[in-house]
Structures are given as structure tokens and as C-alpha cells.
Design a protein around this ligand. Structure first.
Ligand code: AOF
Ligand code: ZN
Length: 349
């Protein structure tokens, strides 16, 4: 690892402090180095608040050193007036001579203009250090801007023998049947705080009556997204309790929207995937975790509309029941959470 990589790696570490709180902004970290020592550090904490570079510059005690320093940023410094002024202007105003950038900002408002502005102002700019890692850091933000849809994570739990649930016994309590252990379940709640939205289909609401919030981990609740073509979910379902922002896709508006619960009509005679993703994109939702059931998950797989799958395999066998979705398991990494196995699959298409 060379010197530039060492400091960009530190930028990535700093940026990660913002996981789950920077939406719709990316996670960004910045360090300022003078004579081989870090003299300032900062990261972007929350949309509307100062960018990483601003916090890094602010943290430098002796501002006169900036004129001889190098600023490292995991993402290209911005060139536009958004909720905050351009970071390029700050770098230029402080006469920081050297700028090292991890990766180019995919946001059309920036997209190379920041780098150009710095070069035109006479800065010595290096671009593309640990580029892949910097892109991975903001996989949600990059997917949103480049593919004009949220980053899609599929999640399910299956039995040893590949079932999502056992043969239907009467489940009058509408409670989920647990396949995984409590540690895996807590991890799922952590994941919910990391994504902007969570989606399930009608059958999952009818069978399990899930709350779809993050109870076992502190952080933001995701926006709940429900596909309920024929308005079949009951009014007393937890997902309609108005306790979190909720979008319900229906073919006909028979329930009225409230401030938190919005019913949106889409055309179920056409492919619903692009319509749903367009509404999510328009709502600035950069990432979504799809938590079932089989039909919903399989539709995303069949349309190749997914970026990652996280599959838990529990220790019990059901012998029969509802089959788990079918997905190619190449590019997968396996880990163990006590008795559960977690298979993480990346879609490289
Ligand atoms: C940076 N450093 O730390 C971040 C950047 O509305 P604003 O002013 O907060 O601008 C948001 C946009 O700025 C965001 O979409 C992305 O392009 C860039 N984010 N840029 O120089 C940062 N968070
Ligand atoms: Zn900025």
C-alpha cells in the first residue's frame, strides 16, 4: 500500500462513521496531511450538514499549514451549491496545493466538474486512489445515480432443506415462524437501519404481520414499502399503523392516504418492477432491502433487479413447505452466526 492509498484508506474509515445517516448524500471522509503527519480529519455526518472537507479543514489548528498540505478525499470535492457551498471553493480559498481524490462523484451536478475546477485553479490533483473501495463504500449512492434506481438487497432465511416456511399449519396469530437464531435476527435489524427502505409483498403481511422496523438496533427506521395489488392486507396490520413512513402499491385506491402512509396506484397489467423502482427513485430512496416472500423475491431475481443477496440457512429442516427462491450462488461468501450460516451473494452483472 503506497502513501496515497494509506490516507485514502483512512478517509474510507472516517466516511463509514456516517453509515445510515447521510442519505441522500454519500458517505465521505477526508484527511489533511502535512510533512507525513495527519493535521486534520473530518467526515460527512448528515445531509444538510458540512461536507467531509469542511470538517477536515475546520479541525486543522494551524491554518497556515494548509498552504503546504495535501487534502485527501474519498469522493471528488463538490463544485455545486447544494444544501451547502462547494468544497472546491473552500480548498481553493485555503490555497491547499495538493488534492488526492478516491473516486469521481457520479452525481450529475458534480461528475468531474469539481476536479476540473481544482485543476483550473492550479491545484495538483490526483484521481483514482483505491477507486474500487471508494465506489464500494457508496454502492447505494452510485447505483442510485448511475442506474436511476435504489441499490437492491434481497434477504431471506431458509431451512437446511431449502424452505422459507413449513407446510401451512394454521397460523392464526399471524406470527413469523423463526428459522434463524436471535443473533441473526438482531443483525437483520441492524441492516434495516442501514437501508432507506424495506419491501415485502401482500402474502408476507397476511402470514406474518411484520412491523418492518428496526427494534433491536438503534438507528433510523426504513420506509416500509408494500406491494398489495388487491388491497388485501388488513387495516389493523402493523405496517398500516402509521408509526413509520409507508408506501403501499395498489391497483385501486380504496383506502385513504395519511401523512405517513401513502397508497400509490400502479398498473398491475404491466411489469410492476420498473414502476415501483421509478416511484422509489422519485422519492430519493437510494437503497432497499427486500424481505420476502418467495414470489416477491423471485420476481426481483428473475428481472435481474438486485445487487446483493443475504441468505440465512437455519439448522432445522422442514421436509416440505414454501420453497426458497432460486438464485445463482456463485460469487458468494459464507460465514457462520452460531448455528446459522449466512451466504452473501453479489450480483456482478
Ligand atoms: C463532497 N464532500 O462530504 C459530500 C459530498 O446538498 P449538499 O450541499 O449537501 O450536496 C450534496 C451532494 O454533494 C451529494 O449529492 C454529492 O454529490 C456531494 N457530496 N461532496 O465534496 C462530501 N457528502
Ligand atoms: Zn462538498
Amino acid at each position: 500500500m503506497n502513501i496515497h492509498e494509506k490516507y485514502i484508506k483512512r478517509c474510507i474509515e472516517l466516511a463509514q462513521n456516517g453509515l445510515g445517516t447521510t442519505y441522500p448524500n454519500p458517505m465521505v471522509g477526508s484527511v489533511i496531511v502535512y510533512e507525513g503527519k495527519i493535521i486534520g480529519e473530518g467526515w460527512h455526518k448528515k445531509a444538510g450538514e458540512p461536507h467531509a472537507e469542511v470538517n477536515a479543514v475546520k479541525s486543522v489548528k494551524d491554518k497556515s499549514l494548509l498552504k503546504k498540505a495535501t487534502i485527501y478525499v474519498s469522493l471528488e470535492p463538490c463544485s455545486h451549491f447544494g444544501k451547502t457551498p462547494p468544497c472546491c471553493d473552500l480548498i481553493i480559498a485555503n490555497e491547499i496545493p495538493n488534492v488526492v481524490v478516491g473516486t469521481v462523484d457520479p452525481n450529475e451536478k458534480v461528475a468531474g466538474k469539481g476536479i476540473l475546477k481544482l485543476i483550473e485553479a492550479g491545484a495538483n490533483v490526483t484521481v483514482g486512489v483505491l477507486e474500487e473501495e471508494c465506489n464500494e463504500l457508496n454502492k447505494r449512492f452510485f447505483t442510485f445515480h448511475q442506474k436511476k434506481r435504489p441499490y437492491i438487497i434481497l434477504k431471506w432465511a431458509e431451512s437446511q432443506d431449502g424452505f422459507l416456511s413449513p407446510e401451512k399449519v394454521s397460523n392464526q396469530d399471524r406470527k413469523p415462524i423463526w428459522i434463524t437464531n436471535q443473533y441473526s435476527r438482531q443483525l437483520v435489524h441492524k441492516w434495516r437501519t442501514e437501508e432507506q427502505a424495506i419491501l415485502v409483498g401482500t402474502q408476507t403481511v397476511i402470514d406474518d404481520n411484520p412491523k418492518l422496523n428496526a427494534r433491536d438496533w438503534s438507528g433510523n427506521n426504513p420506509v416500509r414499502v408494500i406491494i398489495d395489488r388487491n388491497n388485501r392486507i388488513e387495516n389493523n396490520s402493523f405496517v398500516l399503523d402509521d408509526s413509520a413512513k409507508t408506501i403501499v402499491f395498489v391497483n385501486e385506491n380504496i383506502k385513504s392516504s395519511t401523512e405517513n402512509t401513502q397508497f400509490k396506484i400502479i398498473d398491475f397489467n404491466k411489469n410492476i418492477m420498473p414502476q415501483i423502482l421509478e416511484v422509489l427513485y422519485q422519492n430519493q430512496i437510494q437503497s432497499i432491502i427486500i424481505e420476502g416472500g418467495r414470489q416477491t423475491l423471485q420476481s426481483f431475481i428473475d428481472e435481474n433487479l438486485w445487487d446483493e443477496a443475504r441468505v440465512f440457512v437455519g439448522k432445522s429442516s422442514f421436509l416440505n413447505g414454501k420453497k426458497a427462491p432460486i438464485i445463482s450462488r456463485k460469487n458468494s461468501i459464507k460465514t457462520n452466526i452460531l448455528s446459522d450460516e449466512l451466504i452473501q451473494i453479489k450480483n456482478h452483472d
